[in-house]
Design a protein around this ligand. Structure first.
Ligand SMILES: [Zn+2]
Length: 109
């Protein structure tokens, strides 16, 4: 990542800076996310490279692999403690499974 790039708005000098990024209404906080701030017009922006980095970090921190287990006649997956704490889940909480496409199911809390 370059320390300095040309501002996308005014072509002035933009320096890299870091901030904490809050997502999902404060449920997820990523520290030290890079962005650029222009010295001339004072506008702030991120490059696609920075966006990709942020996305990757998000997926690394909040994606988990879980095997499918069987409980009696049903199949089940267990939830990692990090997710349980994060979304304040407890036994008896109803969650909703929403199919996104033929490879993705979203869990809605
Ligand atoms: Zn600028």
């Amino acid at each position: 990542m370059d320390e300095k790039i040309a501002c996308v708005f005014c072509n002035g000098n933009a320096n890299v800076a870091f901030e904490e990024l809050t997502l999902l209404n404060g449920k997820i906080i990523l520290w030290n996310q890079p962005y650029y701030k222009c010295n001339k017009c004072k506008k702030e922006f991120v490059t696609s490279e920075q966006m990709l980095r942020t996305e990757k970090e998000l997926k690394t921190h909040f994606a988990f692999n879980r095997p499918i287990i069987s409980t009696g006649r049903s199949l089940a997956i267990t939830l990692p403690t990090d997710l349980v704490d994060f979304y304040k889940l407890k036994k008896g909480t109803t969650v909703r499974l929403v199919p996104e496409d033929n490879r993705t199911v979203k869990l809605v809390v």
